[in-house]
Ligand binder design. Structure first.
Ligand code: A2P
Length: 344
């Protein structure tokens, strides 16, 4: 039984996702009493404005996790590895937005609209993993179709915003764009990207694996199968970084096991939780990152059509705010679900 209200810590609170976590906790009126923003020693003492509150950033290394019952982590996998065992030993539940624990069998990987039942395993490790941003928006759109017709195969090409690489990604796009517009050479020094991202497109996110896919692509394979609890789904992703600040997009080509068709698929998606359809055959009758997704909570679907190259194929365009549903919002929704579960 978890008593409400609780004290909550956010690790990585000065970062792109951490900032969005604080905002989501306040905006959704999560029942917290004290809220502790944690970051590196460099940021200790900084004041963050969060709703009506002013919060003082604390050095994570000095923080006593027994002061909180819940901690949201988004400071990178290495730091999750270091701090999650400490937080759990202090009696805290950790919701981790890094890849550190996602593939461990005894750690639930949760998208509340898709696999809420898996939250019941939280007691095994007292860690719940938040999936990768691209995986989340993909599974929110696949789930209604999978339940009815079984998704057998997915080809997906992503168009991912620079904020997925954190504050440094946003800064890199801004600085490189300014440089190019001023007819200067863009610099990649101290940026998360190996070649300039401004006015460019990079078919490369995260490190390369032995099979020629990137880690980001393999995350989509492993995580989609785990969340949909179906290891037989064939998934072939290409993850691409594009010069967009906020909002990931993806072109999804899927094959269902049973015939479904775009008309029925549209009907299913129209009433799906967490999802908005903008699917009209006209100019601007489709979602884009800046016009629909950025700063909003939903996963948007458009360009839904029968695939002319396959009898059970469907194509669609899926867009969502990578910092919100792709990260912070999903983590806070997990926290809400956990709270209902743990208080029941
Ligand atoms: P800081 O601002 O003090 O560096 P992003 O993903 O946007 O790059 O943000 C990363 C987040 O992780 C920031 O809040 C950053 O804090 C935090 N962070 C980085 N290194 C450490 C560390 N050694 N200990 C705690 N937090 C860290």
């Amino acid at each position: 039984m978890v008593a409400k209200p609780l004290n909550v810590a956010v690790l990585g609170a000065t970062g792109a996702v951490g900032t969005a976590m604080l905002e989501s906790l306040v905006a959704r009126e999560f029942p917290f009493s004290e809220l502790y923003p944690l970051a590196s020693e460099r940021s200790a003492g900084r004041i963050l404005h969060c709703g009506a509150r002013q919060l003082v950033v604390q050095d994570a290394a000095q923080f006593d996790f027994s002061r909180v019952q819940l901690a949201l982590f988004s400071a990178g996998a290495e730091l999750s590895k270091r701090y999650a065992p400490r937080a759990v030993a202090a009696g805290c539940l950790v919701i981790d937005n890094t890849s550190c624990f996602r593939y461990e069998d005894d750690v639930p990987l949760v998208v509340p609209e898709v696999n809420p039942e898996s939250i019941s395993h939280w007691r095994r490790r007292h860690i719940i993993a938040n999936p990768n941003c691209s995986t989340i928006q993909l599974v929110v759109a696949l789930k209604p179709l999978h339940d009815v017709a079984g998704v057998g195969r997915v080809n997906v090409a992503t168009y991912q915003a620079v904020s997925g690489a954190g504050r440094n990604g946003v800064e890199a796009l801004r600085q490189q764009s300014e440089a190019i517009l001023a007819e200067r050479q863009p610099s990649v020094e101290n940026t998360p990207f190996p070649v300039p991202i401004a006015f460019n497109v990079l078919p490369h996110i995260d490190r390369f694996e032995d099979n020629g896919y990137t880690r980001e692509e393999m995350k989509m394979v492993w995580e989609t199968r785990k969340i949909l609890a179906d290891q037989s789904i064939a998934i072939n992703p290409s993850c691409v970084r594009v010069p967009v600040f906020y909002g990931h997009s993806m072109a999804v080509h899927l094959e269902t096991r049973k015939p479904l068709g775009a008309v029925k698929a549209r009907e299913l998606l129209r009433s799906a939780p967490g999802l908005r359809l903008l699917d009209e055959v006209r100019d601007a009758g489709y979602p884009t990152p800046t016009q629909q997704a950025a700063g909003r909570d939903e996963v948007w679907v458009g360009r839904l059509r029968d695939d002319i190259s396959h009898p059970r194929g469907l194509s669609m365009w899926v867009v969502s705010d990578n910092l919100r549903k792709g990260a912070a919002l999903n983590s806070v929704e997990i926290a809400e679900l956990w709270l209902r579960h743990a208080s029941a």
